[in-house]
Structures are given as structure tokens and as C-alpha cells.
Design a protein around this ligand. Structure first.
Ligand code: ADP
Length: 445
């Protein structure tokens, strides 16, 4: 069992992890950059250490500083949250070498799944359908063109080390392939320090459906059903829900079992997400594994009633899973809206600044995960997500009504947020009917 954990992250997820630790009787150490020195959640941690200036490279991404903080404060493990160092196998390896636990998967599995081409191979081995595409990395345009013609346009060129929707290019014909291939490569190089790309068939108007999984050190694996994350802008999720409104029970079962086969094949431990695309005939194709806790984990917590962060900490402490699959029941409908400090009226440009007026929603079925409050200054240095509103109700119609009511109550001023954009989506008749795909936002707004 862990007794003291350092949280190597900031914002809502740092607070989320601190809360889970305290409920388990685990002491917490928070780290912060100078930009976050006044963050109220730091007071909730047992100790808080400044690790550097606002720039991520000198603070939240600075491995030597985080390891020093962990050593000085004598923690037995680090929880990386999501983003920053969460999927950095090199960081997990340094933790191990320093005798510090890492709340996440093993180094081998992280390394394998961090490479999307390797991840595709694992899924294929586990007899899980993958999107038709290249077997390995594509090294030149000629190779890309040959394959694109074999599988048929449209195709998508993707970064092997990709994440956050970057380094991706959709191509419709030979003419645009060359430019797209080079653009994807340089974007991948700039974003991930690795310009390797691969190619997949571009699935037309798919839904994004993913399965939450958890595995312990003894090989026990569980799934916590699926989340539908089709409401995306530029391949980044905006609204997530569970269950997926178009899946029938039999298909849901097959999807969740496929996800478990992938993580078993990868010898995965701790919480993770297996992502799929669902085509118009409800056929699913594996795309990748996210080897960490995800932003949208609360929707799975609400429909199943299980705390995934606590489970992560217990597994990292060496405890086997006590739950059985039959104990995990998907009940009702949960929705999550990501509230970003961005201006929807101005092409979603970031809107840092001080929040002078702040009133969070509450009431039946509403959960708000945030680190912000009145007087909080949103720094320009970090991701623009400042809050998540999660609702849980018996039916999807009730969940939508509760979410609309909650977002209408939510006051954040004078900075601009994505609340009006979320409200517009929630009111759209196709969203209400559940008839959406990953292109819905771009087509309709
Ligand atoms: P990242 O790791 O950057 O998030 P993913 O592989 O998870 O990249 O893909 C992110 C999103 O991009 C998906 O949810 C989907 O909207 C779109 N996408 C990815 N691959 C395909 C594909 N083969 N066909 C259609 N859309 C795709």
C-alpha cells in the first residue's frame, strides 16, 4: 500500500488525485510552477514544492526537478496525471531507477503502446480489427502513394508518436498526397521529436468510441464499458458520454472484450483506454491505446460508480483487483463537457486572464471537476481546459437537460470559455438524437 505520493501535474487532475489519495489515507506532495503558486489546491496537499518557472520545460516537464522533489519529500510513488510526463516511458524508467513507484503501466507496455505502429501490431495479434493501413512506418512519398492506391482514398497520414490530434493529415488523391506526407512528417517532428508517420484508411464519418480498462499485477483485467467521444473539434474531444447511444448490448460486449484482449496482449497494468473508430455499420476498428488516466474518465466513474483514480493508486501499491467484471454495471447516462478558456466566437483562440466572477453549478446529478475559483488567473502557458462538468441521470434526455441547466448556471467572467459552444451542441437536434460523428462539430458550427 502506498503511503505518500507526489502528484506530477497541475490543475484539475492534480486536485482529483490529491482527493483520491486522501480518501485512501495516502499523504500527498504537490509540485507547482511559479505561475501556479497561488493555486488553492496546493493547500490541500500535505506538502507543496515549487519546481520552477511557468514554462513547462522548466517545471512540469522537467524530469530532474520532479525527481529531486520526490526524493526530498520521500514519497513512495509519483502519479503523473494526464499530459505532461504521463506517457513518457523514459520518465517511468528513471522513477524505477530511483526506487520511486510510478502510478501507471509498466515501462515495456508504455513503450510498445506509445508507438502507434507497434500498438496496431499488438491489436492485430489479439485478433482485434484494426483500420486497414501500413504495416510499419512509411519512409517516402512513393511508398505512401502505392499503399494509398491499394487501400483506396481517402487515407489519413498519422504520427507514430502522435497524440492530441497533432501530426495528422487526411488525403483524398495522389495530387495532395506529397504535400500532406511532408506536412505530417514535419508537424510530427516538431510536436514529438519524431517524424515517423504511418498511413491508415480514412474512415468516413466515424464515431470515436473507447473502452476504459483496468488491470492489476496478477493479470486480472476489467473493463468499465465504453465512452463515446465523437464530439470533437480538430480531433480534440469536447463532449464525452457513456454509454455510446448507438451501440446494442451485443456489440458493446464484443467491443469491451476486444479492448481486454488488447491490454492482455500488451501485458498492460493499471488504468488505460483502448480507442476505436465505429463506422456507419457499427463495425469497430482499433486505433490506439492511451496508457494513462484520461480527461474523460469521470463519465465512466459516474455510470459504474467506481473511483478509477483510487483503483490506480491501489494497483500501484501492489493490491490485486477485488472487483469482478459482473460487479461492474453500467447504469444511466453520463455526459462530460470540457470547459476551456477559449473564445468560440474567435476561432477558439485561447483566452487567458483573471476570473473576476465565478459561480459553479451544482444540484442533483452534477459534478464539477476544477481547480479554478474567483480570482484565479488562467496562465497562457498551459492547456486551456479549466473545468469539466459531468452529469449523471437515468436517461440521455435527462442528462442533456441537466447539462444544459448546469452550463447555463456556470458563470465564468470576464474571460471567454467554451460554455456557449457546448450549449449550442447540446441544443442541436442531431446531437439530441445521438446522430453524430467525429465531423459533426466542423460541419455544423
Ligand atoms: P491522437 O493520439 O492524436 O488523439 P488518434 O489516433 O486517437 O490520435 O485519433 C484522434 C482522432 O482523429 C479520432 O478520434 C478521429 O476523430 C480521427 N481519426 C484518427 N484516425 C482516423 C481514421 N483512420 N479515420 C478517420 N478518422 C480518424
Amino acid at each position: 500500500m502506498l503511503s505518500r505520493v507526489l502528484v506530477a501535474n497541475r490543475g484539475e487532475i492534480a486536485l482529483r488525485v490529491i482527493r483520491a489519495c486522501h480518501e485512501l489515507g495516502i499523504e500527498t506532495v504537490a509540485v507547482y510552477s511559479e505561475a501556479d503558486r497561488n493555486a488553492p489546491y496546493l493547500r490541500l496537499a500535505d506538502e507543496a514544492i515549487c519546481i520552477g518557472p511557468p514554462d513547462c520545460g522548466q517545471s512540469y516537464l522537467n524530469i530532474p526537478r520532479i525527481i529531486s522533489a520526490a526524493e526530498i519529500t520521500n514519497v513512495d510513488a509519483i502519479h503523473p496525471g494526464y499530459g505532461f510526463l504521463a506517457e513518457n516511458a523514459g520518465f517511468a524508467e528513471i522513477c524505477r531507477d530511483c526506487g520511486i513507484g510510478f502510478v501507471g503501466p509498466g515501462i515495456e507496455a508504455m513503450r510498445l503502446l506509445g508507438d502507434k505502429v507497434e500498438a496496431r501490431k499488438i491489436a492485430h495479434k489479439a485478433k482485434v480489427p484494426i483500420v486497414p493501413g501500413s504495416e510499419g512506418v512509411i519512409t517516402n512519398e512513393a511508398e505512401a502513394m502505392k499503399l494509398a492506391n491499394q487501400i483506396g482514398y481517402p487515407v489519413i497520414i498519422k504520427a507514430v508518436a502522435g497524440g492530441g490530434g497533432r501530426g495528422m493529415r487526411v488525403v483524398h488523391n495522389d495530387v495532395s498526397l506529397r504535400a500532406a506526407f511532408n506536412a505530417a512528417k514535419s508537424e510530427a517532428e516538431a510536436a514529438f521529436g519524431d517524424g515517423s508517420v504511418y498511413l491508415e484508411k480514412y474512415i468516413v464519418e466515424p464515431r470515436h468510441v473507447e473502452v476504459q480498462v483496468v488491470a492489476d499485477h496478477e493479470g486480472n483485467t476489467l473493463h468499465f464499458y465504453e465512452r463515446d467521444c465523437s464530439i470533437q473539434r480538430r480531433h480534440q474531444k469536447m463532449i464525452e458520454e457513456s454509454p455510446c447511444p448507438v451501440l446494442q448490448d451485443r456489440d458493446r460486449q464484443r467491443l469491451c472484450e476486444a479492448a481486454l484482449r488488447v491490454i492482455k496482449e500488451a501485458k498492460y497494468v493499471n488504468a488505460g483506454t483502448v480507442e476505436f473508430l465505429l463506422d456507419k455499420d457499427n463495425k469497430f476498428y482499433f486505433i490506439e491505446v492511451n496508457a494513462r488516466i484520461q480527461v474523460e474518465h469521470p463519465v465512466s466513474e459516474m455510470v459504474t460508480g467506481h473511483d478509477l483514480i483510487k483503483m490506480q493508486l491501489q494497483i500501484a501499491g501492489g493490491e490485486p483487483l477485488k472487483l469482478r467484471q459482473k460487479d461492474i454495471i453500467q447504469q444511466g447516462v453520463a455526459l462530460e463537457c470540457r470547459i476551456n478558456a477559449e473564445d468560440p466566437a474567435n476561432n477558439f483562440s485561447p483566452c487567458p486572464g483573471t476570473i473576476a466572477e465565478y459561480r459553479a453549478p451544482g444540484g442533483f446529478g452534477v459534478r464539477v471537476d476544477t481547480h479554478t475559483c474567483q480570482g484565479w488567473t488562467v496562465a497562457p502557458n498551459y492547456d486551456s481546459m479549466i473545468a469539466k462538468v459531468i452529469v449523471h441521470q437515468k436517461t440521455r434526455a435527462e442528462a442533456i437537460a441537466t447539462m444544459r441547466r448546469a452550463l447555463e448556471e456556470f458563470t465564468i467572467a470576464p474571460i471567454k470559455t467554451t460554455i456557449p459552444a457546448c450549449l449550442a451542441i447540446l441544443s442541436h437536434n442531431l446531437f439530441v438524437k445521438g446522430k453524430v460523428d467525429t465531423g459533426f462539430v466542423e460541419r455544423n458550427f
